[in-house]
Write a new protein. Structure first.
Length: 189
């Protein structure tokens, strides 16, 4: 399945992908994933503030709505995330005992071993991966795994997103072109 996803022959069922533009199908470079300045977005009608980051050159447009899993501490996938359940198992971590399975995971970045993408891969194949991953800084462990597995990935968000959005909030994560916007929905939306 990984090869089919990477080749564009298969997509994750829960995510709507738009056809790639000519720009998206070109070869990426390190410069293509360097953080770019973003302009502030005005508040939504309900007063919530949209947050803007960017997506990976290897992924097209997407729209994902789901429950947020938020922590202000980096996540170490290898050794501290249960590979079968997606539960954080790191005593002292603010999210210890919580699962990111099927949620939009919002955290600063990953830490630890280069083997970490294999934990995300196993979670994906077990149906226990996050619905999407949002980081404040690009995560060299999560980004390649998300690209390969078709899990929507966004980075370069203002760290204020880690306090403005709370675990359990319903959020929309939308990519249009290079920009990715995260918006907390009002209750009942």
């Amino acid at each position: 399945d990984c090869i089919a996803i990477a080749a564009g022959e298969q997509t994750v069922a829960r995510v709507e992908h738009a056809p790639p533009s000519a720009q998206e199908t070109g070869q990426g470079s390190a410069a293509a994933i360097a953080p770019r300045p973003t302009r502030p977005t005005p508040p939504a009608a309900d007063g919530s503030r949209p947050f803007t980051g960017q997506g990976l050159p290897s992924q097209g447009n997407f729209l994902v709505r789901g429950e947020a899993f938020v922590t202000d501490a980096p996540i170490t996938l290898l050794g501290f995330v249960n590979r079968e359940t997606g539960v954080i198992e790191e005593p002292g971590h603010p999210a210890h005992g919580q699962s990111m399975a099927g949620k939009i995971a919002i955290f600063p970045k990953g830490t630890g071993s280069t083997v970490a993408p294999y934990v995300l891969l196993e979670l994906y194949y077990r149906g226990m991966a996050p619905l999407a991953i949002v980081n404040t800084a690009i995560d060299q462990q999560s980004a390649p795994a998300c690209s390969l597995e078709g899990i929507p990935y966004a980075y370069g968000f203002d760290p204020a997103v880690l306090t403005a959005v709370r675990s359990g909030d319903i959020v929309d994560l939308r990519r249009q072109g290079d920009a990715v916007t995260l918006l907390r929905q009002s209750p009942g939306a």
